[in-house]
Design a protein around this ligand. Structure first.
Ligand SMILES: O=c1[nH]cnc2c1ncn2[C@@H]1O[C@H](COP(=O)(O)OP(=O)(O)O)[C@@H](O)[C@H]1O
Length: 417
């Protein structure tokens, strides 16, 4: 499996020795990312200029098989970069590596690894220093982010796969007859109240990813928009909310982008609200993303401050940038505005919550709430009023509750009798 070294700076024309850095990774680390026991980069040029070395490559390998590197690496210089135990060289990075789960499984293994490292210590002191940040960058950029090609993703047969697509078109329409809209980008309001792209789970053993996505589109949009491999943008592991990988979280998300005509967008919007099987169920409605910013700062910034499913917001933002649908400056402004709006709406929600609690004070509806909620509401009310005799009031209200339940029970018994 070759990983792409495109994230590294390049200095062409000075290729000498290629240094290979073996990075031990636990089997679990590799398995939970669907990676094989041996993963290596292409040559990464532009490395080690101060020491006359100009390229290196990184080999991430299961720590159990680390001491038998693959035969094609035998004649090259090997340096084992033990990123966890070399505190001096990579002290700064230890925390992030810990988070990514790069650990030796057994003490003796790490001791053997360190022994190998010691043999190369004299040769590679400078090189190691320079390499440690490069290696770390590699791990963070390629492995920790979970990015992979479509084919690599399909190698992981035990993973679940989900495909989603951003459909968009150009448009000449103008908002209020003066603000150019320029592009229509389609998203949807999902059943769970979150914004996301159309698509869903696909089983690659039964259909191709693209066939599966087209099938999902028929269900959600009422139109079987044909999707091809050319529309594929990226595949990555879905990071669970905790930020940690586990075997139960092996879901690969495939993202596609397809440009269509404005007429097709209109046709989809009509079908989505009339013939689509999922309308009003899994999908509550299609929405267009406002890509402009109004004078009062509304538009894209307000849209981005809504809640999105999983990585849908970053998929949207990355696509807007990559396809030049919004300029980087405008997007930055929109994101700043969106952060402000988020803070405002948190404040607003707090006020609404307080007023709902006040509204409920003294209404008979209160007796249908659970005792815990009633206590919570009373507590809030008293806090709002700055009541200093909270404990006493709490006690009184609990006594009231008991009396209320008692009289309710007596009424029931009398009625039954
Ligand atoms: O727009 C999206 N972008 C990225 N991931 C998404 C998006 N919508 C849903 N997901 C993720 O994909 C998985 C499948 O979700 P979805 O609800 O689309 O499948 P389904 O329609 O087949 O039930 C879920 O884990 C969800 O978090």
């Amino acid at each position: 499996m070759m990983l792409d070294g495109k994230n590294f700076s390049r200095t062409p024309g000075r290729a000498n020795t290629c240094w290979t850095f073996l990075v031990p990774a636990s089997r679990r680390f590799l398995r939970t990312r669907g990676l094989p026991v041996h993963t290596e980069t292409n040559t990464l040029p532009g490395f080690g200029q101060s020491s006359g070395q100009t390229s290196c490559r990184v080999v991430v390998q299961d720590s159990l098989t680390l001491l038998q590197p693959p035969s094609h690496l035998q004649d090259e210089v090997h340096i084992l970069t033990d990123l966890v135990h070399q505190r001096v060289e990579v002290g700064l990075h230890r925390q992030s590596l810990k988070e990514h789960g790069l650990r030796h499984r057994r003490r003796e293994e790490s001791e053997r690894s360190l022994g190998l490292l010691a043999q190369h210590r004299k040769k590679g002191e400078t090189i190691k220093k320079e390499a440690s940040s490069l290696v770390l960058q590699f791990i963070q950029n390629t492995m920790a982010s979970g990015q992979m090609s479509r084919d690599e993703a399909l190698e992981c047969t035990s993973c679940r796969h989900a495909c989603h697509v951003m459909l968009y078109s150009e448009t000449a329409s103008q908002l209020f007859g003066r603000i150019p809209i320029r592009y229509i980008v389609l998203m949807q309001m999902r059943f769970d109240g979150l914004l996301g792209f159309p698509g869903g789970f696909v089983d690659p053993s039964e259909e191709t990813l693209e066939e599966g996505l087209t099938r999902e589109l028929l269900e959600e949009l009422g139109v079987a928009v044909p999707i091809s491999t050319e529309d594929h943008v990226e595949s990555c592991f879905s990071l669970p909310c905790s930020g940690k990988y586990s075997s139960s979280s092996r879901l690969i998300l495939h993202f596609y982008v397809k440009k269509i005509e404005e007429d097709q967008i209109r046709e989809i919007e009509k079908a989505a609200a009339s013939t689509a099987a999922d309308h009003g169920l899994e999908v509550l409605g299609m929405v267009r993303v406002p890509l402009y910013t109004t004078k009062s700062g509304g538009g894209l910034s307000s849209f981005l401050s809504h809640s999105f499913i999983g990585v849908a917001r970053s998929q949207l933002i990355n696509s807007l940038l990559r396809l030049h649908l919004v300029s980087p400056g405008a997007l930055r402004e929109a994101l700043r505005g969106s952060q402000r709006k988020h803070a405002e709406s948190a404040q607003n929600l707090q006020e609404v919550l307080v007023s709902v609690c006040q509204h409920q004070r003294g209404t008979s509806a209160e007796i249908f709430l659970s005792p815990a909620s009633q206590e919570h509401i009373r507590y809030n009310r008293q806090e709002t009023r700055g009541d200093g005799r909270l404990e006493k009031k709490k006690q009184t209200s609990l006594q009231g509750n008991v009396a209320l339940s008692f009289s309710f029970a007596i009424t029931c018994i009398l009625l039954l009798w």
